[in-house]
Write a protein that binds this ligand. Structure first.
Ligand SMILES: [Zn+2]
Ligand SMILES: [Zn+2]
Ligand SMILES: [Zn+2]
Length: 273
């Protein structure tokens, strides 16, 4: 199995719209510091069809990266986690104004499907057959994907994490959640690699906002919860406020404890056991 990291940031990306912090300012002048919204592409093996996990507002650039990595700008299927802007808005680019997809399977929960049906930009894609809604699970030769519910602010639908299985190996993608649950801990224990919510480094990171109401266990606390699984964890979905975006003492602390960070553009190959 191989995993291509097409994006590693929180929904709003880096630089964050409207933010004049030092980090966002630097990312506006140096594209190498910019980060796209969290998105993975997974293949059972090199040359196999690619499955896209989440479809972000950065889809135009991410589909170019997908083509560079897999040979096709269009994935074989899309798996969605939830109805927050960084995770599904990119579907709009599959319509006739842009990519004009043909019956591209979009796998999501019933609640997420109902949300897409109820909102015209996405309803049009369904009515024109550019995308087709499928159940929240997928099986194709050499690759199986299974979803499970995770707690998150569910204003419009629900939220899932995804488990990808291929050749006896398991990869998890859970970019957004409010707390670690026993089910999630079981999934993490059984996984070979886990891409997990690393939105914030620590409490109090968002000046002037009630960070607790936003969920997202801070990485500093998560590392204690996950200490037995450090080697398989790679944090992603980093907010522009997260100091892990820079090579500083926080990254050194994370690495010293054995944890990893997802790197945009990277391809991770997971060998058969
Ligand atoms: Zn998000
Ligand atoms: Zn900022
Ligand atoms: Zn979210």
């Amino acid at each position: 199995m191989q995993v291509h990291l097409l994006g590693t940031a929180q929904d709003g990306g880096v630089p964050h719209p409207g933010c004049d912090c030092r980090r966002c300012g630097a990312a506006r002048t140096d594209p190498a510091l910019a980060r796209m919204a969290s998105c993975l592409a997974v293949q059972a093996a090199e040359g196999a069809p690619a499955v896209l996990l989440d479809c972000t507002p950065d889809f135009p650039r991410q589909s170019a990266l997908l083509k560079a990595r897999t040979g096709s700008a269009v994935p074989a299927a899309i798996l969605l986690t939830h109805a927050h802007l960084g995770h599904y808005l990119g579907l709009a680019f599959l319509g006739r104004e842009a990519l004009s997809a043909k019956a591209l399977p979009v796998h999501c929960t019933d609640a997420m499907g109902a949300f897409l049906q109820a909102n015209k930009p996405f309803r049009h894609l369904l009515d024109r057959g550019e995308i087709v809604l499928k159940e929240a699970g997928l099986e194709m030769p050499g690759l199986k994907a299974t979803s499970f519910q995770v707690p998150h602010r569910n204003e419009d639908a629900d939220t899932v994490g995804w488990r990808l299985e291929s050749g006896g190996r398991r990869v998890l993608f859970i970019p957004d959640f409010d707390a670690y649950t026993p089910r999630m801990m079981e999934e993490i224990a059984a996984a070979d690699l886990a891409f997990l919510d690393g939105t914030f480094w620590a409490d109090g990171e968002l000046k002037g906002r009630d960070q607790k109401s936003l969920g997202h266990p801070p990485v500093k606390e998560a590392m204690e919860i996950l200490k037995d699984h450090a080697a398989k964890v790679r944090f992603l979905h980093l907010n522009h406020s997260n100091p892990l975006l820079e090579d500083g003492p926080e990254r050194a602390e994370l690495r010293a404890l054995g944890f990893g960070l997802a790197a945009e553009g990277e391809t991770v190959r997971i060998q058969r056991p």
